[in-house]
Write a protein that binds this ligand. Structure first.
Ligand code: HEC
Length: 139
């Protein structure tokens, strides 16, 4: 604990948790960009690989309310439930993409692509929603 406080003081950081949050956000952003790039270039292998990593990391960061709460700045911790909302939207829509790739429902290629592409935009929307409410505090 003393070491941790010393480090915070030395680095001029408000907390180590804020650092963790930023690092994790940059990771999610990089993975979601890879998914987007895969869709744009119709590289379904790329989508497949990136969406699975993204799904796991998004769930680990956003799916545990107490964990994300501890990473948020003190004045934003009351809004930690927004992370849970985002985690659910992301879980549903990453699964839609994976089901489309695996052709779980035996749909046409066109429908599978459109379902997966739409699901991707819903994931982005979940990110924006939380940034608006929690990060940027826009009411
Ligand atoms: C819990 C609500 C929440 C959700 C959901 C969320 N974010 Fe964030 N995001 C934040 C907060 C708060 C910050 C500010 C962190 C900081 O700067 O310390 C942030 C910052 C960021 C940043 C900026 C990092 C930097 O350079 O400062 C990126 C990029 C980002 N988020 C991407 C995403 C993506 C992509 C998603 C969706 C997969 C997402 N976020 C979902 C709350 C959220």
């Amino acid at each position: 604990m003393i070491k941790k406080l010393l480090l915070i003081g030395l680095l001029g950081m408000t907390s180590l948790s804020a650092y963790d949050l930023k690092t994790n956000m940059l990771l999610l952003n990089a993975e979601l960009s890879e998914v987007q790039q895969g869709f744009i270039s119709s590289n379904m292998e790329g989508v497949n690989s990136a969406i699975r990593r993204f799904k796991k990391d998004a769930d680990e960061l956003l799916g545990n309310k107490e964990k994300i709460k501890a990473m948020l700045p003190a004045n934003k911790q009351a809004k930690a439930n927004e992370a849970t909302v985002a985690a659910q939207i992301i879980a549903t829509n990453t699964q839609i993409i994976i089901d489309a790739i695996e052709n779980k429902y035996n749909h046409s290629g066109k429908k599978r692509r459109e379902d997966a592409q739409r699901a991707y935009t819903y994931i982005e929307h979940a990110c924006f929603r939380c940034h608006n409410i929690v990060r940027d505090g826009v009411e």
